[in-house]
Every structure is written in C-alpha cells, then in structure tokens.
Design a protein around this ligand. Sequence first.
Ligand SMILES: Cc1ncc(COP(=O)(O)O)c(C=O)c1O
Length: 451
Amino acid sequence: MTTKILLPEDRIPKQWYNIIPDMPGPLAPVINPRTLQPVTPDDLLPIFPLSLIEQEVSQERWIDIPDEIREIYQLWRPTPLYRARRLEKALGTPAHIYYKHEGVSPAGSHKPNSAIPQAWYNKQAGIRRLATETGAGQWGSSLALACSFFGMECTVYMVKVSFTQKPYRKSMMQLWGAEVIASPSEFTNAGRSILAHDPDNLGSLGIAISEAVEDAATHEDTNYALGSVLNHVCLHQTVIGQEAKAQMEIAGDYPDVVIACCGGGSNFAGLSFPFIADRASGKKVRCLAVEPASCPTLTKGVYAFDYGDTAKMAPIAMMYTLGHDFMPPGIHAGGLRYHGESPLVSQLCHAGEIEAKAYSQNACFEAAVLFARSEGIVPAPESSHAIRAAIDEAVMAKEEGREKTILFGLSGHGQVDMAAYDAYLSGALEDYEYPEEKIREALDRLPKVSL
Ligand SMILES: Cc1ncc(COP(=O)(O)O)c(C=O)c1O
C-alpha cells in the first residue's frame, strides 16, 4: 500500500528525450518575422546561445544532460510520484490515480527543469544577463533561481495582472536577485506603444515576451530565455515523464491516460512525450492536454503560422493559436494565458495523437479544493486543470464500472496563489465566456506566410 513512489538520486535521467525524430511527420519551418522566410541560426544568435539553437532542431533522440545540471537537479529530483489513495476514496472510484508532484522544486513548479539548463548553457556562452517574461510568476522565479546559482543577472517582465495578483512571486524573484518589471512597461518600445493606446492594459504573455525579446536583442551581453513553447524547453521537461515511467513500473501499473495542463505546452510535453514514445512498442496510452475555457488554444484555436509574441518580434511558428494579439481575460491560472502553443504539441494534436479539453476556472478550483481536502496539497491554479480532468476520468470509470489507471501532472503548488483561493472561496470568481468574436478578430491578423 505504498503512497509515495520514490527514486534514488542516481535515477535522475542522464539524458533528455527528444521527440523530434519520432514525430508523425516533418516539422514545419520556423519563420523569421521580418523576412517571412525560414529562420537561420544566425537570425536567432542575437537572443539564444548556439547550444540551445542546436537543441531546438536536433534530430538526436537522446541528448546528454551535463553533470553540473544533474547535480543541481539533485536538489529536488527525482520528484515523488503519489498514488492518490485518499482522492480515489473520496470519489469512490475503481480507478487508480497517480500524480507526479513537480511542486517540490525550490520555485514550486516544473519550471526549474528548463531554467537551470537554459541559464547554464547561456553562462557557458559568456552571457551576463537573461531577460524573460513570466505569467503566473512560476517561470520568472525559476529563472531568477537559476541565474542566482550561476552568478548571472536576470530581468523579468511580469504580466501586469499577475504582478498585482501575486505580490509574493515578485518577492521570490527579488529574493533570488532578479529585477521585476510589470508588463506592459515604459522600458521598451513594445511596452510603450501598447500603453500609448491602452494605458490600463492588463498585459499578456505575448506582450511580456515582446518586451523581453526586445531587451535581449538590444543588449549585447543579454540573451532571452523562454519558459515554454520551444522545442528545447519541451526537451528539458522530459525528465518528468522519464521518472514517472520508472515509478509507474515500480508501482506495477501503466497509465491508460496521461493528463497535464497546457499553457505553452512544455509541462504537458514533459510528462507525456516519454509515454508517447512507448506507443512504438505497442503501448496504448491516451494523452490529454487541459487548458482554460477562456484561453482555449488547442480546442478552439486554428492550426496556422502565427507570431510567438504580440509585437511580432519573436519567430513565427506553425501552431494552434488564438491570434498573437488575442488578450485572454485575467483568470487566476496566469501560466495558461498564452495565445499560442508549442509547435510539437500542436502538431501532435493536429495529427490526432493527443487529445485536448478545456475547463472554466470555477470547475477547476472546485477540483482543487477536493484535492486539497483529500491529498492535503494546495495545487497551483494551473495544475487544477489537470486535477479536474483526472477527477472526471475517474468518475467516468466509476460510472462505467471499470478499472482505469490515470496519471496526471501536479505541475506546481499553489501556496503563493492564496488570493485566487480567497476569490474562489468567497464566490467572487467569474467564469469567462469563450470570447468567440475577439478570437475571430485576432485570427484575421495572422501573418501571410507562403513558402
Ligand atoms: C504551475 C504551472 N503549471 C503549468 C504551467 C503551464 O506550463 P507550460 O507553459 O509549460 O504549459 C505553468 C506556467 O506558468 C505553471 O506555472
């Protein structure tokens, strides 16, 4: 009757799993936003180190994790896999529910899995400062942590709505030595031009990315780090799924369904890609990406070329998108408010290899409260989307009277998200309608790429 399935530190993966050679077809090219032609490594060198550009396009299935990075991973990895026995009991379900708890990292989420390697590779390339965006504050705090480990400076453009909703995330970033700027800001051309039209703009990940990319592109000693979406970020996160597979094996179980919340897609990728790889050896596993109904990229967006950011400075990628200037409502799962999606996750979704589902925030908080009252852990609002879907799968198993093994990603804890819980518990949380009209308008402004 084990509850926590633990691995020793020498079982931290020695390699990251790169899904690119196993994708269902060739990847669409990434496009330079100025020339509308495929990007070259030279286009990306002003903001990324060559080592990460190489990882972005690598065809190698396995990529070695440098020892120094594994040593830092040892601070919190391997993360525990839990059998959610008390949640199963509360639901009266025959399903076996497991969750991989990434909230035990120093920053409280899966994000340091990529922040540490990104800072390390930049340090190796002689970069002094990293600029980045953050939504919920989880990525910004993870990069602040990573930069402090390697003696680098860090500037974080934090989406304004989260800056006010989550003052303690800002404090964490400052504690680890980062400079935190509410976005849109007066510090960049991108921020100034948005504020000129809309002084009360709440910000979005797309705008914050524009500001951070501009900062990096205009400073020789500064590079840009992105917390999700890109192939190399998905790659770094595969330590999650690799460990989970080993832990499921110890438990003597294998998931029928793997569930994770999806913002830019790296959390979902990290847990699910190593399981998707198992399909080659005949395993049947469903993978379900869960997103907010107010920012329904995979479920309501279009699969098209679009800019990665609002100011059209970041590369154009083929992905599910709601339009680069789509402004999602200020929901409490700030880390899921991104207009686009990882090109890898998008392509898998388009090919029918994975499923996607959207939930409104009250339904997710209801699931989070049940989880907290049975398992004890306060989940991040983002992670509550995965919990909602896992509970629904477990209830379905009960109704159908059949056993089912469910694995979901608890991508972070929510102990710095108490304002969100206060709002939910006092009945003040609004569910936003899917803003169909606004999305249609935003889609009219997609770039015209003809190759
Ligand atoms: C706790 C948590 N879970 C999930 C996500 C979404 O992650 P991704 O962009 O990797 O999909 C975030 C993003 O900030 C987050 O903070």
